[in-house]
Design a protein around this ligand. Structure first.
Ligand code: IPE
Ligand code: IPE
Ligand code: MG
Length: 247
């Protein structure tokens, strides 16, 4: 939950991560190791998303945020970019009904203005359709970059100040948080990155200030519900102090 919840509150140090964010990495390597095109790995990765998302409620996860495409991923070949966009579009199109029936609320973060207009409509449609669901919150980061998000938030706030609806001195952490794409999400408790890379690659820079981090060598298409459960167990016993001193 949000770091602001911690100071002075009855914040138990042992608790299940309710908001898990995942940097799903390693699809390309998974395919290359088998002599297959990278897109085969991305397709497998999308299958894995379905299984992991389905398991979340039973694991006590109420919010899951997944990194599907970064603002830097446009640097890849046109074939890979178009392939990734196609896989994403099919995923949300085909999964929408099932997710909705299972009580999943879907949201998207990132700058969608650069996405195909049809895709943008699809995204807005599923967000609206699932907005009353509460069992699980699935957020997909697409054309998402933490720096880009913070920059867009700064522009929004600057426009409010220029328009006279906000004083510069009123800009604080709360105003910032509300101007981000994640305005209605709690901060992640845990960020997991697969594939052995130990960097955050521009993911949730503001929001994960006090998140726990877990890095696993497992490539995303091989990531299992069992591994997720064991990571959650490991993280649950950590003492999250948020800058304070343990009770
Ligand atoms: C993660 O897998 C998916 C995206 C970044 C879209 P990669 O495609 O980065 O896989 P590797 O890191 O090359 O193995
Ligand atoms: C991060 O993975 C982005 C996503 C998982 C969508 P990358 O594979 O793009 O990150 P780098 O290039 O290894 O830092
Ligand atoms: Mg990668």
């Amino acid at each position: 939950m949000a770091a602001e919840d911690a100071p002075g509150s009855q914040f138990p140090s042992r608790r299940t991560a309710e908001h898990v964010a995942i940097i799903m990495d390693g699809n390309g390597r998974w395919a290359t190791q088998r002599g297959w095109p990278r897109l085969v790995g991305h397709r497998r990765g999308a299958e894995r998303v379905k299984q992991i998302v389905r398991a979340c409620p039973d694991l006590g996860i109420r919010w899951i945020t997944i990194y599907a495409f970064s603002t830097e991923n446009w640097k890849r070949s046109t074939e890979e970019v178009l392939g990734l966009m196609g896989i994403f579009a099919r995923y949300i199109e085909r999964e929408a009904d099932r997710l909705s029936a299972e009580g999943v609320r879907m949201r998207f973060i990132g700058d969608r203005t650069r996405l195909d207009v049809k895709l943008q409509r699809l995204m807005a449609g599923i967000e609206a359709r699932t907005s009353a669901n509460t069992r699980l919150n699935l957020t997909v980061a697409i054309n998402y970059g933490g720096r880009d998000e913070i920059t867009r938030a700064a522009q929004r706030i600057a426009a409010q100040v220029a328009g006279g609806t906000l004083q510069a001195a009123e800009v604080d952490g709360e105003v910032m948080a509300r101007a981000l794409d994640t305005a209605d999400l709690p901060d992640p408790d845990l960020v997991i990155r697969t594939s052995g890379e130990t960097r955050i690659s521009n993911f949730l820079l503001w929001q994960s200030a006090y998140a726990e981090y877990e890095f696993t060598q497992t490539l995303w298409p091989d990531f299992t519900i069992e591994e997720l459960a064991s990571i959650l167990d490991r993280v649950a016993v950590r003492d999250r102090r948020f800058g304070a001193v343990s009770a």
